[in-house]
Design a protein around this ligand. Sequence first.
Ligand code: NAP
Length: 162
Amino acid sequence: MISFIWAEANHGVMGNHGTLPWKLPDDMKYFKDTTMGNPIVSGSRTFRSYNRPLPGRDNYVISTHNDFPEGVIVLSSIDSFLELAKNNGDKEFFVTGGANIFKQLLGSVDRLYRTKIDHDFSGDTYIPEIDYTQFDLLSETQGIMDEKNQYPHKFQIFVRNN
Ligand SMILES: NC(=O)c1ccc[n+]([C@@H]2O[C@H](COP(=O)([O-])OP(=O)(O)OC[C@H]3O[C@@H](n4cnc5c(N)ncnc54)[C@H](OP(=O)(O)O)[C@@H]3O)[C@@H](O)[C@H]2O)c1
């Protein structure tokens, strides 16, 4: 199974200057709890934004380069990822972005884990257009707001309906 997991703010903003435009520890915790124990798959720009394998998960990076830290498995094409996912149908592969990789996998994704942040941020990277008529909303949970989590946000899970 192939899943996307990401956070987007108003107008679909998901990145700025190679990093996240916001600090939202509640979403970091959600990401960690949701992906832990599962393989994660990132575009090389997204991987470079933290540049280390995340513990407790197989870390795949899609790239035409091979200069990544130990513990990272490089996939040299989208097709090699699709082949991997097909040959491991019992596993849920969490694609963590960015926009470039999501765009190429829109036709193959089974589940969407979207954190929706209700705030305006400047950005240079936007979530590609997703046809939500092809997905059903499975669950929606409000995130915590406190002194460390200042933006209203909710966690949504969608499943493909066709
Ligand atoms: N809000 C969120 O949840 C979230 C999630 C993820 C990322 N982001 C943000 O999004 C931005 C990064 O996203 P992005 O769209 O610019 O980049 P990206 O998707 O992370 O990475 C793009 C790179 O992946 C490699 N690649 C792409 N397609 C490939 C293919 N078919 N075969 C082999 N390699 C391929 C290429 O790198 P090589 O040059 O190495 O080949 C390409 O430059 C950052 O600002 C990041 O912080 C936000």
